[in-house]
Design a protein around this ligand. Structure first.
Ligand code: PAF
Length: 279
């Protein structure tokens, strides 16, 4: 199949969605920042099982990067992304410009508390405000029936579910399972930053996560052991390694029925995150 030609303008996207709805289609949205890998493509295929129209957005969202982060160097490979999407069930690509998404005088923010507090927010305090804002915009621009987000960014998925519920945005949010490399490393566009030596260490993250998720020790003991194991494996810093309530991300208590193990660790400037269901 020939690569799709992306919609650049919001009004063109809206016309397309209107026409698909007139044909009786259910509409799905897969928000991405591009540099697509097998994890993204699995989200496209997963949403294609729920919808007839599958729109993939590609937008490197400046508001979710802090000034010192990698906005300028974030991998951008639009032509390759469009090639990859050509052999999926994607029916359209929306790739707006930053100027159209955030025109001069833009003055609105979206602040989510609850699941946005702690973990990623402790390290990246700007992050969920930026994600909340851009996801709200993408959902209102597309008005999909369903949108899908990868479970790799587990806290982000919970934040988006809460945002959609709190703002009564009429969309179903589904989570897509983490797609991993052969050694367990969760796929991420930022994995391309890893040197061969760092890549070898990165594979340990998932092993330590699994030990944490399966540990029968009290959480504080298991968390300390995970931190130690990550440092011994060669990670330069551990931002968090913890067991949390899978619904609220609060520390688990007697009411907790489902737990999640979550880890974030650094190799030099590169930050890796991963998570899985815990016992
Ligand atoms: O997970 C991502 O790729 C981004 O945070 C998202 C949800 C596309 C918003 O820019």
């Amino acid at each position: 199949m020939a690569p799709l030609s992306p919609f650049r303008r919001i009004d063109a996207l809206r016309d397309y969605v209107r026409a698909c709805r007139a044909d009786g289609h259910r509409v799905g949205l897969v928000p991405t920042m591009g540099a697509l890998h097998a994890g993204h493509l699995s989200l496209v295929e997963a949403i294609g099982r729920h919808t007839d129209t599958v729109i993939v957005s590609i937008f490197v969202n400046p508001t979710q990067f802090a000034a010192h982060e990698d906005l300028d160097t974030y991998p951008r490979h639009e032509a390759e992304d469009l090639e990859k999407l050509a052999s999926t069930c994607a029916t359209a690509v929306f790739a707006p410009s930053a100027g159209d998404m955030y025109p001069p005088g833009f003055a609105t923010s979206v602040a989510v508390e609850g699941p946005a507090n702690g973990l990623e927010s402790d390290m990246r305090p700007h992050f969920f405000a930026g994600v909340g804002l851009v996801v709200t915009k993408l959902l209102l621009q597309t008005l999909p029936d369903v949108a899908i987000f990868g479970e790799k960014d587990y806290q982000q998925l919970l934040v988006i579910r809460r945002l959609v519920r709190d703002l009564d945005i009429p969309v179903e949010i589904i989570g897509g399972p983490i797609i991993r490399e052969a050694d367990g490393l969760a796929m991420s566009s930022r994995n391309s930053y890893l040197s061969p030596d760092q890549r070898a260490i990165a594979g340990r993250l998932n092993h330590v996560l699994r030990e944490l998720a399966e540990a029968s020790d009290p959480p504080d003991i298991a968390e300390a052991a995970a931190r130690q194991a990550l440092l011994e494996a060669g990670f330069s810093e551990v931002d968090y390694a913890c067991i949390r309530d899978a619904e609220t991300l609060a520390a688990p208590d007697k009411q907790t029925t489902r737990r999640r193990a979550l880890i974030a660790a650094r190799l030099g400037d590169i930050r890796l995150i991963d998570n899985m269901q815990a016992r």
